[in-house]
Design a protein around this ligand. Structure first.
Ligand code: AMP
Ligand code: ZN
Length: 114
């Protein structure tokens, strides 16, 4: 999608600090980290929100979750723990309309979030 920030990061038009990528997904450092480890994991394909996942794209979203272990190992938080968050809508405070999962760790994270 031409006016999507994360599609531009996927295509390389906008630079990012990539920690993992393959032909289906990409993970890069959040520009405003809220924890020592704060990475965004997303499919290369433009799926706007969690509400737009279809039967067809559910395989891709499943694949993304499969890769969390590998990404967590790269980031050094596989043992210490992490949080995986997907925001949606007004109350969920989703700002960028290209589905993404915040992978956060590197410090104890409180619950519930604000
Ligand atoms: P959300 O509120 O779930 O849509 O989160 C969007 C996230 O994208 C925020 O945590 C931002 O800090 C992050 N973000 C915005 N622009 C960039 C960028 N150019 N590179 C990396 N992360 C970004
Ligand atoms: Zn997009």
């Amino acid at each position: 999608m031409s006016d999507c920030l994360f599609c531009k990061i996927v295509s390389g038009e906008i630079p990012s600090d990539i920690v993992y990528q393959d032909d289906k997904i990409i993970a890069f450092k959040d520009i405003q980290p809220q924890a020592p480890v704060h990475v965004l994991v997303l499919p290369r394909e433009h799926i706007p929100t969690v509400m737009n996942i279809t039967e067809e794209s559910s395989n891709l979203i499943g694949y993304l979750h499969l890769k969390v272990k590998e990404i967590a190992e790269i980031l050094g938080v596989a043992e210490s723990g992490l949080r995986l968050v997907c925001n949606y809508g007004k109350d969920g405070d989703q700002i960028v309309q290209h589905i993404h999962f915040h992978l956060m760790g590197g410090r104890p994270l409180t619950w519930p979030p604000g």
